[in-house]
Write a protein that binds this ligand. Structure first.
Ligand code: SF4
Length: 196
């Protein structure tokens, strides 16, 4: 379930009435004894709310068992203000560690925060890759470039696409960067690899 915090914040990002629909869906799953996870996009506007006990307690009460915190990655210059800065990322990291200690009833995943522990970016088949709704295999949802489509190829072949191979073998995934997403920061390089 993609949810961004309380009703006001969720509806502001996803549209009026979405929060209520989500709660109805959660209730329905709960009634059937099914568990689910929640995906939360963390921005400069909701980072405190989404780590709050009140928000997480509500999810847990409805049967949620895992929360994935996904840091907002801007795709245009004028949405850069929504991307968490170093202080906000530090806050998020501390709060997630606190939640793991104090509220072990749910699993918390921080993306890309937890990548530190996995030694850097895990895109382009280093850890996973993403398949978009048209079948295009992309390094990651935050790096939406594709040179191979799984409608025409196997997953094994897709993982060895020229783009994925160049990203892995060029050590681009492990390059120094300012924090947040390395492939977003190096999007021009990724675009140039795609043209080769
Ligand atoms: S592309 Fe960005 S968000 Fe995706 S795995 Fe790499 S660093 Fe993380």
């Amino acid at each position: 379930m993609s949810i961004e915090g309380n009703q006001e914040i969720t509806d502001a990002r996803r549209g009026n009435g979405i929060y209520e629909r989500l709660v109805e869906n959660m209730n329905e799953l709960h009634k059937k004894g099914l568990v689910f996870g929640a995906s939360v996009t963390v921005t400069t506007q909701n980072y405190k709310e989404v780590c709050s006990d009140a928000f997480l307690h509500k999810l847990s009460e409805k049967g949620c068992k895992a929360v994935i915190f996904v840091e907002y990655v801007p795709v245009t210059e004028n949405s850069k203000n929504l991307a968490p800065n170093d202080n906000e990322r530090e806050y998020l990291e501390k709060e997630i560690n606190r939640l793991r200690e104090e509220h072990p009833e749910m699993v918390y995943v921080s993306f890309p925060g937890d990548e530190k522990g996995s030694g850097g970016c895990v895109a382009a088949g280093r850890g996973f890759f993403h398949i978009n709704s048209h079948g295009g295999a992309e390094p990651c949802p935050f790096s939406p470039y594709s040179d191979v489509n799984i409608k025409n190829t196997s997953l094994r072949e897709a993982i060895h696409s020229p783009l994925f191979t160049a990203l892995r073998e060029g050590n681009i995934l492990l390059d120094e960067h300012e924090g947040g997403c390395v492939l977003y920061e190096k999007r021009e390089l990724v675009e140039s690899l795609l043209k080769k």
